[in-house]
Design a protein around this ligand. Structure first.
Ligand SMILES: Nc1ncnc2c1ncn2[C@@H]1O[C@H](COP(=O)(O)OP(=O)(O)O)[C@@H](O)[C@H]1O
Ligand code: SF4
Ligand SMILES: [Mg+2]
Length: 342
């Protein structure tokens, strides 16, 4: 838990929306609706902190991460990235400042198998961002790649080898080296351990923590696993059906969740800490919502054990709930929900 709560923001996201148009099948492919994958989401990530984003599959986590990394263009809202000496508004990115932006924001994806070009050696893969951005070439590039590759737990003897000769964990280490070689400030890590064997997840999370301290990184850390989010985060954003439904410091959210969905997520965390963290199998009872046909009122009401008539009729706005916390639940002040203790 490194970052002071008053450290400068590296990332500011304001009222972000990302809607995917839905087309009918056939020749005309008329638009018949839209999927609100991310719908009016606001938050900041401060220097040196890890903001964890948790929610079950399909709630919009990846879409959010991809918008922040400018891999998707947003539908509406503002995304502002504050570099060391430059501020980027993401809709102003052009071909020339896109390269500068990439030096500040990097991504680690879930799948280390598809993230690496099978025909490129480790040296070429990890060195590519240095070359493409005109930062280093030749001997200097090799020296920088060798340095970061050792820092992620591999050795210089691996540099001439190709991805197929590595395990999943080693490949993810290569992906981490590739993301960090240009010394970024913000890393979007989208389920970086979910594809890995449970036995090596913990060492990978520890590596990410060590690298954060060493390189003064900020993480937007995405996971469907509360165990992982709990281990990594300073602050937590809980997402449901494209929206943040609760946010706050890690300690407060764990100790005293204010939203029933968060309580459900926490109930899946093993009480005794397990190596690598348990996977979240299902978020309570009921199905995740259909984004094309959301329930009336509070979208969580069909699954909520505390739902009242009001919940079916009125949408609870996301509102302040003390000490830099936010929640969208009509009954947040009444309910005493079950948290977990460290
Ligand atoms: N490129 C896309 N085109 C259309 N719909 C998409 C696209 N990417 C994601 N979606 C939809 O947006 C919603 C959120 O997806 P995603 O961001 O991948 O969620 P998560 O990462 O939380 O599992 C899902 O309903 C998904 O089907
Ligand atoms: S508003 Fe009602 S249905 Fe929604 S989470 Fe709160 S208690 Fe449950
Ligand atoms: Mg995802």
């Amino acid at each position: 838990m490194t970052a002071a709560s008053d450290a400068a923001p590296v990332l500011e996201v304001r009222n972000l929306k990302k809607y995917f148009p839905l087309h009918e099948k056939g020749l005309l492919r008329r638009a018949i609706g839209e999927i609100k994958a991310v719908d009016d989401v606001s938050f900041v990530v401060r220097k040196g902190e890890t903001v964890g984003v948790i929610g079950e599959s399909g709630c919009g986590k990846t879409t959010l991460g991809r918008c922040v990394a400018y891999l998707y263009e947003k539908t509406a809202g503002d995304i502002i990235v504050r570099g060391r000496d430059r501020v980027f508004h993401l809709d102003e990115l052009t071909r020339s400042n896109n390269s500068e932006f990439r030096q500040i924001v990097q991504v680690i994806f879930q799948d280390p198998f598809s993230s690496l070009n099978p025909r490129m050696s480790v040296l070429r893969s990890v060195g590519e961002p240095l070359l493409v951005n005109g930062i280093a070439s030749g001997g200097e590039l090799e020296a920088r790649v060798a340095s970061i590759i050792q820092r992620v737990g591999l050795s210089v003897s691996h540099l001439q080898r190709f991805p197929h000769s590595f395990s999943g964990g080693q490949r993810q280490r290569i992906c981490i080296a590739r993301a960090l070689v240009i010394n970024p400030q913000l890393v979007v890590a989208d389920e970086p351990v979910s594809a890995l064997d449970v036995s090596i997840q913990a060492q990978m999370l520890n590596l990410l923590k060590d690298l954060q301290a060493e390189f003064d990184l900020s993480y937007l850390f995405i996971s469907h696993s509360m165990s992982v989010i709990r281990y990594m985060s300073d602050r937590i954003l809980v997402m449901y059906a494209g929206k943040i439904i609760e946010s706050g410091s890690r300690d407060e959210i764990l100790r005293q969740p204010l939203h029933p969905y968060t309580e459900t997520l926490l109930s899946a965390v093993p009480k005794v800490s397990r190596r690598g963290g348990g996977r979240l199998q299902a978020a309570g009872s009921g199905e995740p919502p259909d984004l094309l046909n959301l329930p009336s009122g509070c979208v969580f009401h069909p699954r909520c054990p505390y739902a009242k008539q009001l919940c079916r009729e009125e949408i609870p706005p996301l509102r302040a709930a003390g000490n830099q916390r936010q929640v969208s639940c009509h009954l947040a002040e009444e309910l005493v929900l079950q948290g977990v203790f460290d």
